[in-house]
Design a protein around this ligand. Structure first.
Ligand SMILES: *Cc1c(COP(=O)(O)O)cnc(C)c1O
Length: 375
């Protein structure tokens, strides 16, 4: 029985809850050559670069599709056909990058650490020293599989010291965790509208080091995913090469205004930090345990161990929460039974307390008490 009459709150790693104003920004049809739309598109691109302080070094190239399209476009455009990547993997999104390289026919090696362990820059340095063919390091900033935060600054420094280039999947952190292009020397960084920037899903983007992008013509295997071509055409006349996702860009513009009004990255981080703290402390009070230690955890998404009490059936728990208007997410770990609850999207303390009380109700309907089971 559905008791709520609003959109559900999405405590998931995407799609995410968006603000009413961001949704409303989509209630208009734009022509792709409309000067007002071209202005919006430029404003969005400029704002994305500014969030990373990349005005003097980087350009933002949007790419239609979900986040993976942007990651694949980044790898295809920036990793030359005779290059070789070292892919740092501690979760599903790292593995996905290796799979992308398989499709693209690009050479790579991997450095795999367990899903709850971040890569150690010393190990990365040794791998780079041992293989001169490696031209690029590819890292995932927050591995959304668990919510673990990987040490981007240290990885970037290790790559730079070894004279290698860096590509970053910052899909689940960009806009909430500070990434400063003046301090972190990346060639390219991929993210999307519908994670910490709280836009609608359907467009990603890559922040590209301008001088490197200039040399990337001809690298891509695919016309539609060629960031060099997308960028040159857009620079030429301000328009997209192919049908632009106009409604999604208009929503993104509104979402970026809200990001700025909230205090940019610092403001967004503060809200997500509070969301995460309320969630984690509330879940611990109820007898749930987290996969990660607090100092490994990004305030993006939290992985909880599946309770091993017989009365606790995840499907049932999930459905009861959904019926109360809160959507959580199953786990994605290879060998630990878990589920995840996100802290990002247009949600605040009220919604985090709301999900905790929906959890209380669901557990009591299920006849499960985790704290009693423990004592
Ligand atoms: C969400 C996400 C992606 C992209 O996933 P899509 O489903 O294609 O949007 C890529 N990398 C990370 C780390 C993510 O969190």
């Amino acid at each position: 029985m559905r008791k709520h009459n609003r959109d559900p709150f999405l405590l998931t790693p995407g799609p995410l809850t968006t603000s009413p104003e961001t949704k409303a920004a989509m209630l208009r049809d734009w022509g792709s050559r409309d000067a007002a739309f071209i202005d919006i598109n430029q404003r969005v691109r400029d704002r994305l670069v500014a969030i990373a302080h990349g005005q003097y070094s980087h350009v933002a190239v949007p790419m239609q599709g979900s986040g993976t399209f942007a990651v694949e476009a980044m790898v295809a455009t920036f990793l030359p056909r005779d290059g070789k990547a070292l892919i740092l993997i501690n979760g599903a999104y790292g593995h996905r990058i290796a799979k992308i390289c398989d499709y693209l026919g690009r050479a790579y090696s991997v450095h795999v650490t367990p899903e709850n362990i971040a890569p150690d820059p010393t190990d990365i340095g040794a791998l780079l020293a041992g293989d001169e063919a490696i031209s690029h390091v590819i890292a995932v900033h927050c591995e959304t599989t668990t919510g673990i935060l990987n040490p981007l600054a240290a990885i970037a420094e290790t790559a730079a010291v070894a004279g290698r280039r860096l590509l970053v999947d910052a899909m689940s952190t960009f806009g909430a965790l500070a990434i400063d292009a003046r301090e972190i020397p990346f060639d390219a960084l991929a993210a999307s509208a519908n994670k910490c920037l709280e836009g609608a899903p359907g467009v990603g983007f890559v922040l590209c080091r301008r001088e490197v992008l200039d040399e990337c013509a001809g690298n891509a295997h695919s016309l539609s995913l060629d960031l060099f071509d997308q960028w040159s055409a857009m620079e030429n006349n301000g328009q997209w090469r192919f049908t632009p996702p106009t409604h999604v860009i208009a929503a993104f513009d509104q979402a970026l205004k809200e990001h700025e009004a909230e205090g940019g990255v610092a403001g967004r981080f503060a809200r997500y930090r509070e969301n995460c703290d309320i969630l984690v402390s509330g879940m611990r009070e109820r007898g749930f345990t987290t996969l990660l230690d607090d100092d490994q955890q990004a305030p993006i998404i939290v992985t909880f161990h599946m309770p091993d009490q017989p009365g606790f059936v995840f499907e049932d728990f999930y459905n009861r929460l959904q019926n109360k208007g809160y959507v959580i997410y199953p786990g994605k770990l290879t060998d630990i039974d878990s589920f995840r609850i996100g802290c990002i999207g247009h949600l605040g303390a009220t919604e985090m307390r709301g999900v905790l009380s929906a959890i209380d109700q669901s557990l009591s309907e299920m006849g499960v008490s985790l704290t009693k089971a423990k004592s």
